[in-house]
Write a protein that binds this ligand. Structure first.
Ligand code: C5P
Length: 220
């Protein structure tokens, strides 16, 4: 049976996570936070003492292949450890971006990502959901927002959690991560040919949700 999948791809801090979680909640669908899988893989590799570079590609891929990760009530567990806060840091994002350029690591995570597609449906958030992981998905959305706006959002998020941050540094970091994600050889960040583009720079979360909802209903 065909499982309905909505793909949300886009650059760092474009609001994909918030939008995807909200859509999944409203539709009663499952939610795949694919970035978390790359973050956890990087975390597990560092914990095992591996440097995140091509010389360790097969060792990191082997870990990704049998990644003991579980998503429970909004928390991310690696083995029995709650790594949610550790992987969500800016450094966690940069580390994820380093392992995500390694083709064998990407391949190792394919089956796990596919396993999230279950009835009644899935909202999948990432960089290559529409281009590589779920190429036949009936709705693919490519989210963008200006770098200034994304840096501002990330800043607000961090400050609200009591984590000190500087907008200029955040912006430089997210632009560096975007550049790596867009320029890698395997599964680079780009809109799928049949993706609908949504620039949410001036939008509230509610407005973005309403827009994607409208597109989804039109596809039924
Ligand atoms: O989405 P998030 O910021 O958690 O992703 C962290 C990093 O993981 C991204 O910068 C990207 O390098 C990588 N990633 C990826 N493919 C995905 C999701 C994330 O390469 N589908």
């Amino acid at each position: 049976q065909d499982i309905p999948v909505i793909c949300l791809d886009g650059p760092t801090a474009s609001g994909k996570g918030t939008l995807a979680a909200e859509l999944a909640h409203r539709l009663g669908y499952h939610y795949l936070d694919s970035g978390a899988l790359y973050r956890v893989t990087a975390f597990a590799a560092l914990r095992a003492g591996l440097e995140l570079d091509a010389s360790n590609e097969s060792a990191i891929a082997a870990m990704a292949q049998t990644l003991p990760v579980r998503f429970i009530g909004g928390r991310v567990l690696l083995d029995e450890f709650d790594v949610t806060d550790a992987i969500r840091s800016e450094e966690g994002g940069m580390n994820a971006s380093k392992v995500s350029v390694l083709p064998a690591v990407r391949t190792a995570l394919v089956a796990l990502q596919h396993s999230f597609a279950r009835l009644p449906g899935l909202v999948a958030d990432g960089r290559d959901m529409g281009t590589v992981i779920f190429p036949d998905a009936p709705l693919k959305v490519y989210l963008t927002a200006s770098a200034a706006q994304r840096a501002q959002r990330r800043h607000k998020q961090l400050i609200s959690k009591g984590i000190p941050a500087t907008i200029d540094i955040l912006r430089a970091d997210l632009e560096a991560r975007d550049a790596r994600d867009m320029n890698r050889a395997t599964a680079p960040l780009k809109p799928a040919q049949d993706a609908l583009l949504l620039d949410n720079s001036g939008q509230s979360v509610e407005e973005s949700v309403a827009q994607v909802f409208e597109w989804w209903v039109a596809r039924q």
